[in-house]
Design a protein around this ligand. Structure first.
Ligand SMILES: C[C@](O)(CO)[C@H](O)COP(=O)(O)O
Length: 200
């Protein structure tokens, strides 16, 4: 992001991006237990931001790990044993629609998993080992987003494996253990704020 502060703490309309994201979930699921996973070095800054913006959501915050997989595991350890579903969302996806959050939980309740995704709109080319590119059928591809919601028992079993280099999201972790992945319709505006142009 080329900023001095972590991107989830940058202000959007005067509020930290992370606050926007959490407010979306709190509005849809007021009774859900939200666990915020943050790197240990960011915990104090987040508390300071909450004070500054008078944002006291009463949610549990835990220290993350060295990778996305390890951080999700840290969050998982804080989930009560009697919970049925777990949903993982990127803190930097503040434009998540309430309807998608609801649909994600409803689908996971029925199917065991609900992974938000949108069809690819542009043409797609794959770069082969020899450096040449070739066109592929874009109808075969979806762009994966969050939330990603799962049965908690599947999730715990899947996250007990050793971390693999191709784990880029929770869906790839559950798929590795053989659990079926059900896609639900996401939204193009549900962007992951990653680079300065995303913020604009
Ligand atoms: C989970 C995700 O948002 C799906 O597109 C993405 O894989 C997260 O990637 P990151 O590198 O952990 O931000």
């Amino acid at each position: 992001m080329k900023a001095d502060v972590p991107k989830q703490f940058l202000l959007l309309h005067g509020k930290p991006i992370l606050q926007h994201t959490l407010e979306r979930f709190l509005a849809v699921l007021p009774a859900a237990q939200i666990i915020l996973v943050l790197p240990v070095r960011e915990q104090a800054s987040w508390q300071a931001l909450c004070e500054q913006h008078q944002f006291f959501p009463g949610i549990r915050t835990v220290d993350g790990g060295a990778s996305r997989f390890q951080s999700v595991r840290c969050g998982l350890a804080a989930i009560p044993a009697d919970a049925r579903l777990v949903s993982v969302h990127d803190g930097v996806r503040p434009f998540i629609a309430p309807t998608i959050i609801q649909h994600s939980f409803e689908t996971a309740e029925q199917a065991g998993s609900a992974v938000t995704a949108v069809p690819v709109k542009d043409s797609v080319r794959v770069i082969d080992a020899d450096g040449r590119s070739r066109a592929v059928d874009r109808r075969l591809y979806h762009l994966v987003q969050t939330p990603q919601t799962f049965r908690l028992d599947w999730f715990r079993q899947a996250f007990a494996v050793d971390e693999q280099p191709f784990f880029t999201d929770c869906a790839s972790v559950l798929e590795f253990s053989g659990f079926p992945i059900t896609l639900i319709e996401g939204a193009y505006e549900n962007i992951k704020i990653t680079t300065p142009d995303d913020l604009r």
